[in-house]
Write a protein that binds this ligand. Sequence first.
Ligand SMILES: [Zn+2]
Length: 171
Amino acid sequence: MTVESFYQKILNPPEPWIVSKVNLSGLGPRVNVWLTHEKHSFCCPECGVEAPLYDHMPERSLQHLDTCGRETCLYVALPRVKCPVHGVKAVAFPFAGPHQDVTNDLERKCIQATIANSQADIARLFGLSYDRLAGIMNRALQRGMSLMGEKLRRKRRIPPYMWYVPRGGWD
Ligand SMILES: [Zn+2]
């Protein structure tokens, strides 16, 4: 088993995504994992209709859950499709939303940890900068606010930590 097939198994990305390269950076503290895709057409994120591949966005990195205590980053150049109705659009990536610099899995763990830990503890625990953690908290807050609505939150005086709703809801 190669290190790429190992990460393919543990990350288990949905089709058509595959782990194309893994760099363990020697004995350094970080594991870098590159994901790519096999097929050449994707669905338009606006209408869901399959559209031909147009190009790829610049490569971006996403901090993921650690692997055996080593910080793990995913790298991907997201494909863009050319939809006849909506024009050129970046496709949805299963591991993160369009404006995230951390994966959904890491974001979910951080949000769950907010219940019993200070933000300083969470940043230290997950190896996150305060800016990155603030981004996670803000996205969770926006999701929570959109689910509950500002009126309901004010009426019931729900404490701030209850606003945080992870993507896909609580497990
Ligand atoms: Zn479209």
